[in-house]
Write a protein that binds this ligand. Structure first.
Ligand code: ADP
Ligand code: KDG
Length: 316
């Protein structure tokens, strides 16, 4: 059964469990995170095969990344252990209950040394997939990582595998100009483009949404609007669809976008129409914000009804 394949950097994550300046945190919790592998985990939990391609260092953090992904049954046959660079690290500070600060330690990391030859070595995983998912993070990591993404897209397009991209602009990795420069060659090959309102404007170099949609025109465009839900502008120019967010008690917004994309692409792999893709995406996005971790709150299929339960429900 063809599933999802994705590539990018997955890092070790150190997060403070309580609000406050990091220097006063008595201890940090160790986990992993990476926008692309978060999506792979979400799709896998919902029942489709998912594979991740990337590099980790020959260190404990790298072992943790691979161990966690394997535990989530994400296929890592296309993952490489790089003996010459460390696994990247992300430190997540809950500065106030409502503001999260993220610090990257990923310059020169193993993940940023991903290159086209790594992708060629995993070509069969890409050409046999039902969808290739990429993000705007990987092309900003390094020129070789940008080349790896371009190569993956080339292989997918040649094999008629649809390509989905989530802009995921991380300002710490580069400004709007670099984002546009590195993503522009990919845009004509996309079947689905996801982004937040602001980052889509940045990418299109536009000032309002209709002009952004016109400039980015081509792929199915999915706009993520946080607690206000999401919209889809179909590729065939058909009427746009809007859906409100599922009301939940939000604890941590980080990772919502990845869970949303996981839901959307799962429904795509199910062969579901656009309205159902959007419904499932809003549901899985809502699950993610209920848990203070980038990916662990993502649901399995049989958990999808849980958000309908009343507060205080105990299931026995
Ligand atoms: P990103 O993480 O990429 O910035 P968003 O924050 O827009 O993405 O979240 C993606 C989707 O997750 C939203 O479109 C929405 O459907 C859902 N979502 C996000 N925040 C909430 C929230 N507070 N309550 C319910 N659903 C949410
Ligand atoms: O989308 C959530 C991500 O921000 C996180 O898991 C780590 O890939 C990541 C990044 O670059 O911030």
């Amino acid at each position: 059964m063809p599933g999802l394949v994705t590539l990018g950097e997955t890092m070790a994550v150190l997060g403070s469990p309580r609000p406050g300046p990091l220097r006063h945190a008595p201890h940090l919790e160790l986990s992993i995170g990476g926008a692309e592998s978060n999506v792979a985990i979400g799709v896998r939990r919902l029942g489709h095969p998912a594979a991740w391609i990337g590099r980790v260092g020959a260190d404990e953090f790298g072992a943790l990344v691979l161990e966690r992904l394997r535990a989530e049954q994400v296929e890592v046959s296309g993952a490489l252990v790089d003996p010459d660079a460390p696994t990247g690290l992300l430190v997540k500070e809950q500065r106030t209950p409502d503001v999260t600060r993220v610090q990257y330690y990923r310059t020169g990391s193993a993940g940023s040394r991903l290159c086209p030859a790594d992708v060629d070595a995993a070509a069969a995983v890409i050409t046999g997939a039902g969808v290739l998912h990429i993000t705007g993070i990987t092309p900003l990591l390094s020129p070789s990582a940008a080349g790896a993404v371009a190569r993956a897209v080339e292989l997918a397009v040649a094999a008629q595998v649809p390509v989905s991209l989530d802009v995921n602009h991380r300002a710490a990795l580069g400004g709007a100009e670099l984002l546009r420069e590195r993503l522009a060659p990919l845009l004509p090959h996309l079947s689905h483009l996801f982004g937040g309102e602001e980052e889509l404007l940045l990418l299109a170099d536009a000032t309002d949404e209709p002009s952004a949609v016109a400039r980015l025109g081509g792929p199915e465009l999915v706009v993520k609007r946080g607690a206000r839900g999401a919209s889809v502008y179909p590729a065939d120019g058909g009427p746009e669809l809007h859906r409100a967010a599922v009301p939940v008690r939000a604890l941590d917004p980080v990772g919502a976008g990845d869970a949303f994309v996981a839901g959307y692409l799962t429904a795509l792999l199910d062969g579901a129409p656009v309205a159902e893709r959007l419904r499932l995406a809003c549901l899985t996005g809502a699950f993610a914000v209920t848990v203070p971790n980038d990916w662990s709150g993502q649901p399995t299929r049989d958990e999808l009804g849980l958000l309908d339960a009343e507060a205080g429900t105990t299931l026995r």
